[in-house]
Design a protein around this ligand. Sequence first.
Ligand SMILES: Cc1cc2nc3c(=O)[nH]c(=O)nc-3n(C[C@H](O)[C@H](O)[C@H](O)COP(=O)(O)O)c2cc1C
Length: 352
Amino acid sequence: MNHSEDKQSKLPTTTEKRKNEHIEVCLQEDVQGVGITNGFERYRFIHNALPEIDFEDIQTATTFLSKTMPVPFLISSMTGGTQLAWEINQRIAQAAEERGWAMGLGSMRAALENPEAEFSFKIRKYAPSIPVFANIGAVQFNYGYGVEQCLRAVDMIEADTLVLHLNSMQEVFQPEGDKNFKQLLNKMEKVIHSLPIPVGVKEVGWGISADSAKRLKEIGVQYIDVAGAGGTSWSQVEKYRTKDALYREMAETFAGWGNPTAECVKEIKQQQAELLCIASGGINNGLEAAKAIALGAHMVGYGRSLLQSSVDSVEQLAERLTKIELELKIAMFGVGAADLSELKGTKHLKSI
Ligand SMILES: Cc1cc2nc3c(=O)[nH]c(=O)nc-3n(C[C@H](O)[C@H](O)[C@H](O)COP(=O)(O)O)c2cc1C
């Protein structure tokens, strides 16, 4: 892609066009992975008829990167770079601040390429207190990005953390995608050690295996957001964007690809008990979040399941968040867990 050409144009850049198409496709088409689930239906909680706690006393507070949060929840990185994206980000920031959720911004490449797009990420005045994640695709380290771009992204939004996304299977289904994923680990390590804030890594819906998590932990990654399979499938999203019949057919072949979210969390925590793990990917409600926490997740992220409410209004989004929070508390009541530390541990879960 010719970045300098994009910058001078008054027409939407290629990146901006892609960002709006992603939102529209995710709202209008069935982009759920096919023949694959997030894996939480394979567990049920063991009901505790004698919880011996008062529902009103249940505590869901946690800390993330030194910030105290009332709930262990995150709105996953979704968007930025266009007017539509700004409207969505503004609503997400307001609802997340109101409810105390953390917030991810979408890939900030749009603003790094074109300063005129910066406004669409600047949500801090709406979300002064919550943890906010800056976001860059790690593959960009093979296309001219480095520490400087990461620092600019972090400063732009006064981020608490930078999350690098890994999206190899998305790039491969974009005819224009950046497909050189060689030697990223070294480059990520350099960034991690040069930034003044913690750096994490996420996928975008195909999951992070225990082996990949181990390699990432070894270079100093502070947390892993598994962004597993069973929810949004980015090969499906790209299928609806492409005009190329061959790519459409190939995307369908891979509609069930990926490691289910529950499997990622379970295996990472079995092998790296101390690694901070965010469960996300196809999570729809607070009961699934409770299962993720029981399996060892520190926080739980929601992406596309909150997108429509983020388009509708701050009130509708805040209502969705409140419902998820209540569902988590109800699950905790059902097993007799007074706080998140009591919910953790598979003693409450049965595989089915
Ligand atoms: C409209 C949309 C745009 C997204 N853009 C980004 C992005 O820019 N950077 C990123 O790391 N993930 C992005 N994601 C991926 C989500 O953060 C999440 O990992 C993925 O959608 C799986 O979660 P879900 O099944 O809850 O949607 C996007 C998701 C959606 C729905």
